[in-house]
Design a protein around this ligand. Sequence first.
Ligand code: BG6
Length: 510
Amino acid sequence: MAAEPDPCVVVIFGASGDLTSRKLIPALYEMAAAGALPRSTCLLGVSRTQMSDDDWRGKLQPCVKRHAKRFDAAAWADFARRIYYFPGSATRAEIYPQLAERITSLSQQHGGRDNILFYLAVAPSLCIPIVERIEASCLVAEGRRWCTIDRDKMPWQRIIVEKPFGRDLESAQSLNRALGRVFEEDAIYRIDHYLGKELVQSLLVFRFANTIFEPLWNHRYIDHVQITAAETVGVEHRAQYYDEVGAIRDMIQSHLLQVLALVAMEPPTSFTSHHIRQEKIKVLDAIEAAPTDRLQDFATLGQYAGDDAEPAYHLNPRVPTGTTTETFAAIALRFDNWRWAGVPFYIRTGKRMAAKRTEIVIQFKQPPANLFKRTDQFAAGGTRGANQIIIEISPRGGVSLRFQGKVPGSGVRLDTVAMDFDFAKRFGAEPVEAYGPLILDAMRGDQTLYQHRYEVEAAWRAVMPLLGPQARTLRGNIHANYQPGSWGPPSADELLAAHGRAWHNVAPDQ
Ligand code: BG6
């Protein structure tokens, strides 16, 4: 059983933003409705819009109805009594004395034991100014003023920081330095909602609670690994934000390199946040930088074309004319370490693709000796399929082990068969929205599913060659170079075909 989360006041900066209404509040409501959020925890939203507590509650209710898995009027009414609002610009020092008073009085009223969980759900440019204001307001004491007293008994102050965590290595380092001046590393929670997905967490159990996979999990038996996060939606109302970011920053630097780290890391010494994060740092540090003079052999970028549903990305009225921001990226990464020498990890992500699907494909090598050489020995005229493990992170959640079986009847004919584990069927539960459990972890002081400073910086180092001026050629013919409903530009297939490999594409969504 996980430890009980400590009660606290959750102070959300960016209260009137999209993330808060679509993700954070519905997730916290779900936790409250399930009885998992301590009753003496309350929420204080901070934002510039002038609103009363009741106005904010009124605005949030329809969002919770729309985005939470289930809505129960009584559970909402109970939860809404613990939601408060503080109007003010979080970058202005003069609001902080009053804000501090409000936090203290809410903590006393609800029994929050003076614990504060700050949540930065704001644009990246506001993070450093807000952290500096928090410091100046003396709201943070943990590990500082009271460092000689037994820290376990003292109230804590922690901070959750949303992605994007900087926009390149340098800005991420500045943000880390700013945070580090105010909070100790063990009070900084860099959130990545992919780490809260059930199937991403299951990866560690899959790898390290079983003996049968780990001996094969290396360059001797694995040919390559694919990690795909495909979405059918376009950039929608987020065009302006998205254009400053693009697929590499939005998905690869953050979510997909975290997934990659869990697939590729060494077994940790123990199942504790310290040991797990140490191993993730090590493996992310071992990623080889793509050579800048041969980037096209390691990456390809794309932008979706238009159709009846949505204009081509570069024609979206909210993006600058001629934009070369990528809505699709496929990259090949290699590790400079013993376990993975010579094994490429192919990562791809894109908007407006054929299916909504996030998966990991572990592609094993062919057996060393080929006993079944004749192609007529394969059902449906197929070719010999090497073993695969497919871990579906979403939409369903499951693991499929693919191997060769004998087709019944006389003679020897082979066909690929699968043993499937379906998460929902086996456990009778749908994977829950990741944010809720992650926020509860921060209240417990458990950083296992949060990124360490060095993970974030190593992930930036891995993608920096693809973001700088040297990557200009990759963006040369990017406009409308893939069709909506496809699996990306033809160059993405060529990237793998050059090594005799092909992407694993599921059936398109209807
Ligand atoms: C977000 C990205 O972090 O993740 C979005 O900013 C993306 O662009 C989303 O759509 C995907 O998350 P999920 O959980 O739907 O795979």
